[in-house]
Unconditional design. Structure first.
Length: 733
């Protein structure tokens, strides 16, 4: 063909990947003047073909792949270009149409060309030149100098930039225009792209899948090709291209649904790359369908727990006499995690290894002061006590009532308002009974407990409430879902301050008082969250959950106040603002944000993030939010690996469902979310990121559960929103 543009400055290697030397060794030499096959997928494009086909340059062949058009697409093509080859696609979707065209092509180079008039045929020589110059794959880009678009909307442009940035971060590429479909490549790389076979058959019926689609058959094809090219380490050159307006008709592209397919493609293809390495690690063959997860269970994939040693959890109040830690069994060592408190205030954890001789109080005091000496000194100075350089068995030997934090708390409690505690439960009567019993020890003068029985299958919870010594209020909510239950509890609550507690938690005796402390710091504090500590670390799964970050993920023991006007973004909850198992709201603020989104949370397809969404709504509504670590509870984590796996998968689902909820209720946030993508990618990938701040031997296999859950979050939220719409409103009246 005639090559009209041979200027090297018209191309860019910004997306360049190292060539795959192994593949190059097996290839035949490529011609300097290649035969070009143009593949055009069509569906009802008769009017456009009248204009498009006459403008094509002379090439080896033009292949039209028709998707059972209902107009005169095929007849028009054959009339306008009698030499055109017509191929019927074997399934539905643009991806399948292109694959059928690739399969039929006989040229050395294949050009992907749209039938709607948006692609400029005069640019084809640029693509061919880039290939002849050494590229394996020539990728069109509307964002390079000399490129552009007359057709793309602002929403699609932002989405494309967002998806391009995400793909580059996850795949190690430098694509400038991920979702553009004007590309060309040497036909000899088709095997490395591993596209779905065009002749797949139904395994049961043994018939072709005529009206069905498989992975790669849809609009995700351009993204899939770009990902596979990167995986194969092929040489990519980007070529500037101008996208024109569609000549006639309406595009079959749906920005939202096809955008979701592209997003899913990025994560699936990223996992596909990791999946091969994972199979090599396990000594498994790399054959088979690379898009499927290994069938091995967690215990089969070397998540070993045989060598796990349980961790003893204890608390030490250093104003009084210190305890001794009991010795470990002979020739063994045991681990201990000590929560150090000064006048009831938690300072942090002291992690210890105890041998068969135990650990005496003097040694314990020495290690505590070595770790927390600065904090102890600051608090002693504020109370008028001299700073100590030793912490012996007798402790500090001071009266906690003389410390400022205790004095200020007692002053608050003297005029404490009614505090309502809402506990949601479902078929967990035993845990509920323990939780209610513990609440009787609260150091708070006026509180009530509302128990919401959320679609339980028995009346056991009602019986527990009837027998509870606190005189609890029982509420039945038959619509399954944690948000439905919490909204029902808030409606039944009488207090102006409403705290939420899970039925598998144990609240510290000063929990409510410390929540009140945070609220008292300003009338614009609309919400307070507290710290959630483990109630037990008796299994490997429980410790892995804490290594992953637990419910705090690096938030720690320092109080923080959040607002929408500084510091952490109100729509980027990492570290998290808090967690639903330990949070409290002013009633009027919970009303202002409409309660909890019933399409989010446990018991829905979205599986979580109703708490995070509520926190963000509080901040976006102009209120501040406080994190008060002294208001802490202890949570019983899943003890088994299967439970942990479900939990982490649910976390991933909830994360992307949360963002879907944000955009559903306020589309203007899209621009803000785009600017946060680099931080999100860093935190997903970095071994030292806040999302993995405490990991030591945390299995990558479990981290992938979170990422796989993220793939399902947006469609899960859409399904959930539709399902909840069939029920009555979940807002608080």
């Amino acid at each position: 063909m005639e090559q009209v543009d041979k200027h090297p400055e018209n191309t860019s290697n910004t997306a360049g990947h190292r060539s795959n030397e192994r593949s190059n060794e097996n290839r035949q030499p490529r011609p300097r003047t290649p035969r070009v096959s143009i593949v055009i997928p069509t569906l009802n494009e008769a009017r456009n073909l009248e204009v498009v086909l006459p403008g094509l340059p002379p090439v080896h062949e033009v292949i039209l792949v028709d998707g059972l058009s209902s107009d005169d697409t095929v007849a028009t093509a054959q009339r306008v270009m009698p030499s055109i080859r017509v191929v019927r696609q074997s399934r539905r979707g643009k991806g399948n149409a292109l694959a059928c065209g690739f399969n039929a092509a006989g040229g050395d180079v294949i050009v992907m060309f749209d039938a709607d008039g948006s692609a400029d045929p005069q640019e084809i020589p640029r693509f061919v030149d880039a290939l002849v110059a050494g590229a394996d794959f020539a990728k069109g880009s509307r964002r390079l100098l000399g490129g552009g678009s007359q057709d793309i909307t602002h929403f699609r442009s932002v989405g494309n930039r967002t998806l391009s940035s995400l793909a580059n971060a996850l795949l190690g590429t430098s694509y400038t225009d991920l979702c553009y479909g004007y590309n060309a490549f040497w036909r000899d790389i088709l095997g490395e792209l591993d596209l779905p076979p065009v002749d797949l058959q139904d395994a049961k019926l043994r018939k072709p899948l005529y009206n069905r689609m498989v992975w790669g058959d849809g609009f995700e094809i351009e993204t899939l090709l770009n990902c596979r090219v990167a995986t194969a380490q092929l040489q990519v050159t980007e070529v500037p291209s101008v996208e024109k307006d569609r000549i006639h008709g309406v595009s079959n592209l749906n920005s939202f649904s096809d955008g979701i397919r592209v997003l899913r493609t990025i994560f699936v293809e990223r996992r596909r790359r990791g999946g091969r390495s994972f199979r090599r690690l396990l000594g498994q063959p790399e054959g088979g369908h690379v898009g499927l997860r290994p069938v091995n269970s967690l215990k089969d994939t070397r998540l070993r727990t045989e060598e796990f040693t349980p961790v003893e959890l204890t608390e030490v109040e250093i104003t009084g006499r210190l305890p001794a830690l009991a010795p470990a069994p002979r020739r063994q060592r045991r681990r201990a995690q000590v929560l150090v408190r000064l006048a009831t205030e938690p300072l942090g954890f002291q992690e210890l290894t105890v041998g068969e001789s135990g650990l005496g109080p003097d040694e314990l005091g020495h290690q505590i002061l070595e770790r927390f000496g600065a904090q102890v000194g600051e608090r002693l100075t504020a109370a008028g006590y001299p700073v100590t350089s030793e912490l012996a068995a007798e402790g500090l030997g001071i009266d906690p009532a003389t410390m400022p934090n205790v004095q200020s708390r007692e002053k608050l409690l003297a005029s404490a308002p009614l505090f309502s505690i809402v506990i949601s439960t479902r078929d967990r009567a035993e845990q509920l009974a323990s939780c209610l019993k513990n609440l009787g020890a609260q150091e708070y003068p006026d509180f009530e407990v509302v128990v919401v029985d959320n679609a339980s299958t028995t009346d056991a919870a009602e019986a527990v409430v009837a027998d509870a010594p606190l005189g609890c209020t029982y509420v039945r909510e038959n619509r399954p879902g944690l948000s439905w239950a919490r909204n029902a509890g808030a409606r039944a609550a009488r207090g102006d301050l409403i705290a939420f507690l899970d039925d598998d938690e144990v609240a510290d005796r000063y929990w409510l008082a410390e929540l009140l402390r945070a609220f008292s710091s300003g009338r614009d504090i609309g919400c307070v969250s507290g710290m959630i500590l483990p109630a037990a670390l008796e299994t490997q799964a429980q410790e892995w959950f804490e290594q992953y970050g637990g419910h705090s993920k690096g938030r720690g023991f320092s109080p923080v106040v959040f607002s929408a006007h500084g510091g952490q973004s109100p729509v980027y909850p990492l570290p998290p603002f808090g967690a639903g198992g330990n949070m409290a709201f002013r009633r009027e603020v919970l009303l202002a944000i409409g309660g909890f989104d019933v399409a989010l949370g446990a018991g829905t397809p979205a599986r979580g993030s109703e708490d995070t969404y509520a926190f963000s709504r509080v901040l976006l509504s102009g209120f501040r939010m406080a994190y008060q670590p002294s208001a802490f509870v202890r949570h019983h984590h899943y003890a088994d690996l299967s439970g942990l796996t479900r939990q982490l998968r649910g976390y991933g689902t909830g994360v992307t469902a949360y963002y879907a909820a944000l955009l559903r209720h306020d589309p203007k946030l899209l621009g803000t979310l785009v600017t946060l993508i680099p931080s999100a990618v860093r935190d997903m990938r970095g071994s030292d990121s806040l999302s993995s701040a405490t990991t030591r031997d945390f299995p990558p296999r479990l981290r992938r559960e979170v990422r796989m859950g993220m793939l399902t979050g947006v469609p899960a939220y859409v399904r959930s929103a539709r399902a909840q719409a069939r029920l009555s409103s979940g807002a608080i009246p």
